[in-house]
Design a protein around this ligand. Sequence first.
Ligand SMILES: [Mg+2]
Length: 385
Amino acid sequence: MVIEKIEAFVLKDELSNSFFFSQWEYAERRICVVKVTASDGTYGWGEGYGPAALIETGIKMLEPIVVGEDPLQNEVIWNKMYRKTLDFARRGVLMASISAIDIAIWDLKGKILGLPISTLLGGAHRIKIRPYATGMYFTDHNNPTKDFEKEAKLYISQGFKAIKMKVGLGIKEDVANVKKLRGIIGDDIQLMVDSNHAYSLREAIELARKIEKYDISWFEEPLSPEFYDQHYELRQKTSIPIAGGECEYLRFGFQQLIKSKSVDIIQPDICAAGGLTEAKRIATLASTNGIDLIPHTWGTSIGLHVALHFIANIESIPGRMHQPDFLIEYDQTENGLRDKLTFPAIEMKDGYLEVPNRPGLGIDIDKAVLERYAVCKTTFKKSIL
Ligand SMILES: [Mg+2]
């Protein structure tokens, strides 16, 4: 059996209400997903994180490398894609294209073998994962937190035990917003903050020190991802754990992040950092160095399921009889591509998401929904390169 066809779809969901954070405003969600089909008709789905049109172009470039290959030899295919693009794709969007294809091949391999991806990775240490709500974005430029109370109370009523809020508007405003949200959610809900690299070192130290008293589980992307040494310095000056890595790529990038002692928690996006093949190596690197790993997710339900299988397989270090819950990022902003694109629907039960025990990712695409959201579909020809 060989890989016969690759199709990329750029999907767009126009939002009924735009929202913003420290860097820009979202009025739509636009994501590239990919379908890889084998010669017997079995197929798998993958997703790339980043600018959809560029990821689609990258997939077009990679297609001749992948078509004709045996889908069970997924590491070999990964290496061919990596080696043939190494001069141009050590970081960035082309790596998201590689990630999307790699994930689709894992899904395809699982479906061919009749096994869930968590089993292919080596097995599930856990079959349910505790989601944390990513939300608390800003909806009104004159009154950015006007929906905070309603939104936070909704998450708690849904069973979330952890919420991540956005900071990065300015120190004074951030401190007031953190205080406000902690007051709304009480002391029993975990609270994380994410500035999306909005601050200088001096500002990040000041903000961290001023919000330490609100029991913050981690401060995500406090600084520009390029400033490894400054992250280390920040870690020495606050008791809040520092998290980052959603802009980092490959095991080599994460090695740099870990070696520089920049963060307490690494957050690779599996749909960009090199796919499941590379994420497994990044997890090995994290466990070798005693660093926590909680993947970044931001996209469709394909990416969310990728993270579920992956987290199921992460080993507990240190091990102990009563293990703390492993967390998965569960974005709660408006996104039809996350809620409607695949079936069975994602269901949170008693505050957990279950890892599917079905072949591959354990989901399929709703074709009518795919067609409704697709702004572009490309079936590639082998003559592109
Ligand atoms: Mg983030």
